[in-house]
Design a protein around this ligand. Structure first.
Ligand code: PMP
Length: 436
């Protein structure tokens, strides 16, 4: 049973999922059907819950791909958006607006002191495109190194840096090299991060002129199936990249902004400070907003070239971002992500002890992954089972994502206000299906 929740959505009179499906499917991009054969028609959201057309409540274990950080339609965020919308919705680069200044300062205050110049974008893709551009302009080199199984976005440059098995866009991989993924679960060197770093050095030595623009990675791969970097990897890579004149770009689009609980950013605890940090998703709680933060010295390569975009730093989006950050602090959502995430992970590990189908449980805070295998020894991906269980969980009212190279990893990235009760529900329902 769902924990009690005091909210009744207003009646919905629009088309139903069946009607949309029957009448509009041919107009919808096939990506709409990546997760579910027949997606739900979600018409309301409050905190960690979503409501469909009939008013049925679902526990949102996916958070709009790790995006809804402080909960659906949080009143403080709604208020900030409405207030700003009533005054001015768009200001472009001709005018200053206090929301953009306040949010830029607030973001910088969350990062190491030298990272303080903020460029706003509308998405994670744009933030990473911009980071790659900055690195290339700053270093004069074209070569970027990213990790296999990474996801960095879906425009030309970032799709090149994305190295997912099922996104075959090799045609645009110009200037991007994919290094062995330091994956402690499937990687050949297990948890020994330093060993994987040799591959980056080899790429620099033999795949480039010896001079690179940058190295870009996620501290925890999200789309790649919640894969943490093996410890010791980043300091070793950092040395190689610095010697080759390159910049370290931390893609914090999914793992940043309090999601992992123990730290505000995913790169923290790895012993290196990035030259460029990119972010999006959780900073807007669902409002399109991204940012690139770098040092004044690096930022200069853009500012002297008159770089700008139309919507970057839009006052409604930045007002929302500022409200999101305040809610995270006021409601101690980072601590909550740590406490509830640790509890959930512990419980998932207990399930793993019980059910052979669970090959691995990983991640931190409220960015967790459960990998399903039909043979633990061989780590054979249990693809069909993943799809089946995910559909069943939806029928039972619990929504999670899936990902990983083989599509056999449940991605649990709920709003950071997820509770222990929610965690219990999220566990019980899949457990039921593992059992029968
Ligand atoms: N980087 C990472 C780590 C991501 O997870 C994503 C989105 N899944 C992106 C970049 C791209 O962000 P967006 O979809 O906002 O363009």
């Amino acid at each position: 049973r769902m924990p009690p929740f005091d909210y009744t959505p207003p009646p919905y009179t629009g088309p139903t999922a069946d009607e949309i499906f029957a009448q509009r499917k041919e107009y919808l991009s096939p990506s709409m059907f990546y997760f579910y054969n027949k997606p739900l028609n979600i018409v309301d959201g409050k905190r960690q819950y979503l409501f469909d057309e009939s008013g049925r409540r679902y526990l949102d274990g996916f958070g709009g791909i790790a995006t809804v950080s402080c909960g659906h339609c949080h009143p403080d965020v709604v208020e900030a958006i409405v207030n700003q919308t009533k005054r001015i919705q768009h200001s472009t680069i001709l005018y200053l607006n206090h929301a953009i200044g306040d949010f830029a300062q607030a973001l910088a205050s969350k990062l190491p002191a030298n990272l303080k110049v903020v460029f706003f974008t509308n998405s994670g893709t744009e933030a990473n495109e911009l980071a790659m551009l900055i690195a290339r302009l700053y270093t004069g080199s074209h070569d970027i190194i990213s990790l296999r199984n990474a996801y960095h976005g879906n425009a030309a440059g970032t799709m090149g840096a994305t190295a997912q098995g099922n996104w075959k866009f090799n045609v645009i991989q110009s200037g991007v090299h994919h290094a062995v993924n330091p994956d402690p679960y499937r990687g050949v060197f297990g948890a020994d991060g330093e060993k994987y770093a040799n591959d980056v050095q080899d790429l620099i030595d033999f795949g480039t002129s010896g001079h690179v623009a940058g190295f870009m990675c996620e501290a925890i791969q999200g789309v790649g199936g919640i894969v943490e970097l093996a410890q010791g990897y980043l300091p070793a890579v950092y040395n190689s990249v610095k010697k080759a004149g390159g910049l370290f770009i931390a893609d914090e689009v999914q793992c940043g902004f309090a999601r992992t609980g123990s730290n505000f950013w995913g790169f923290e605890g790895h012993g290196v400070v990035p030259d460029i940090v990119t972010m999006a998703k959780g900073i807007g709680n669902g409002i399109p907003l991204g940012a690139v933060v770098t040092t004044p010295e690096v930022a200069e390569v853009l500012t002297r070239r008159n770089y700008f975009n139309t919507f970057g730093g839009n006052p409604v989006c930045t007002a929302a971002g500022l409200a999101v950050l305040k809610v995270i602090e006021k409601e101690k959502l980072q601590d909550n992500a740590f406490v509830v995430g640790s509890y959930l992970k512990e419980r998932l590990n207990a399930l793993k002890d019980k059910y052979e189908l669970i090959g691995d449980v990983r991640g931190r805070g409220l960015m967790l992954g459960v990998e399903l295998v039909t043979d633990r020894e061989l780590k054979t991906p249990a693809k069909a089972e993943t799809v089946h269980i995910m559909e069943k969980m939806k029928d039972l009212g619990v929504l999670v994502g899936k990902g990983g190279f083989y599509g056999n990893v449940f991605r649990i990235t709920p709003p950071l206000c997820f509770t222990k009760d929610d965690a219990g529900i999220a566990l019980f329902k899949p457990a039921f299906f593992f059992f029968f």
